[in-house]
Design a protein around this ligand. Structure first.
Ligand SMILES: NC(=O)c1ccc[n+]([C@@H]2O[C@H](COP(=O)([O-])OP(=O)(O)OC[C@H]3O[C@@H](n4cnc5c(N)ncnc54)[C@H](OP(=O)(O)O)[C@@H]3O)[C@@H](O)[C@H]2O)c1
Length: 293
């Protein structure tokens, strides 16, 4: 049985991973910083040794800003600690202690559709500090990915704009349902269940280490998703859209990435994520309102 450590188990994605890993042949050991200061190399190494070693580690810890990525412009130390120092430290530790690991990456290090085909894993980020056009969050994530992308023990699973049927402030569909005004863009996006399952499959099916674009097949515009929401959930409200960047950036602080990712690498591993419209429709048809919200 795989003995697996889960970092950031208390977080949004950590909760999904905890449930999915428990359903597999894995002995899951969830960790929070409160219990074990896992951002400290010596502390985490000693904890792993006390456990008698581990086979696998899922890093669902990180700092993506609350209520949104604008907060990473303010909390720069946390952004660096959670998204750069921690993955870099895990890379060193995995080599020393001999375990494999998963890092939740992001596709928000690109801008555009790369001439229609979407960005492949090897394309250099074009929404990064090097172009001086990015948010602090995306810039740090791009630097972090560059430092671990050749780690022979690591899968970097690039997620984008997570959604599913469970109402939550982190869910893209909840955001569209609650934003007073929305900005229309075309994006590749990730169904959370598909993302988590496929991330764990990378390990269980012994796929080569490296970076993987992990979005559902295809790309979708915000207007199209809103139209699906209107058709299926039928909320009692009107949807308004910003008409240009100038209007949008009066409200948003940090630059936002809008991009399409190419998912052929994942499909070539026999692990395709279903078409995005199919995943969206299923989420909307099974929509569960959070009545406490
Ligand atoms: N949500 C998204 O839209 C999205 C999209 C793409 C990628 N991601 C990535 O997915 C990962 C998890 O994101 P999430 O949305 O699940 O985040 P989250 O709900 O904020 O949870 C992250 C967890 O990370 C731990 N953590 C460790 N170091 C931290 C630090 N310096 N600052 C704050 N928290 C820290 C905390 O758990 P403990 O204190 O309990 O240990 C926290 O509960 C991150 O790498 C994020 O960049 C998220």
């Amino acid at each position: 049985m795989t003995r697996a450590l889960l970092l950031g188990a208390s977080g949004f994605m950590g909760g999904y991973f905890a449930r999915a890993m428990a359903g597999r042949k894995m002995e899951v050991i969830p960790l929070s910083r409160e219990k074990v200061d896992y951002c400290n190399y010596d502390v985490l190494r000693d904890h792993i040794r006390e456990l008698g070693g581990i086979d696998y580690l899922v890093n669902a810890a990180g700092f993506s800003g609350k209520p949104n990525v604008d907060q990473c412009e303010v909390q720069r130390a946390e952004t660096l600690e959670g998204n750069l120092l921690l993955p870099q430290m895990l890379s060193h530790l995995s080599a020393a202690e001999g375990f494999r690991w998963l890092q939740i990456g992001t596709g928000c290090i690109y801008e555009g559709d790369n001439g229609g085909g979407g960005y492949i894993e090897e394309d250099p980020p074009n929404f990064s500090f090097k172009q001086n056009n990015c948010s602090f969050y995306s810039g740090v994530k791009a630097v972090a990915e560059a430092t671990i992308k050749d780690d022979p023990r690591c899968h970097v699973a690039r997620m984008r704009i997570p959604f599913d049927e469970i109402d939550n402030p982190r869910n893209y569909l909840t955001k569209l349902l609650t934003y007073p005004i929305t900005y229309d863009n075309i994006n590749s996006i990730s169904h959370i269940g598909d993302f988590v399952r496929t991330s764990l499959d990378l390990y269980e099916q012994d796929c080569p280490a490296g970076v993987y674009n992990m979005t559902n097949e295809g790309a979708v515009s915000t207007r199209e998703v809103v139209a699906m929401i209107q058709e299926i959930i039928k909320p009692n409200r009107k949807f308004e859209f910003f008409s240009n960047d100038e209007e949008f950036y009066k409200v948003a602080k940090a630059p936002r990435s809008n991009c399409n990712l190419n998912v052929e690498k994942l499909a070539s591993m026999g692990l395709p994520m279903r078409p995005v419209r199919e995943a969206l429709r299923e989420a909307l048809e099974n929509w569960k309102v959070d009545k406490g919200r």
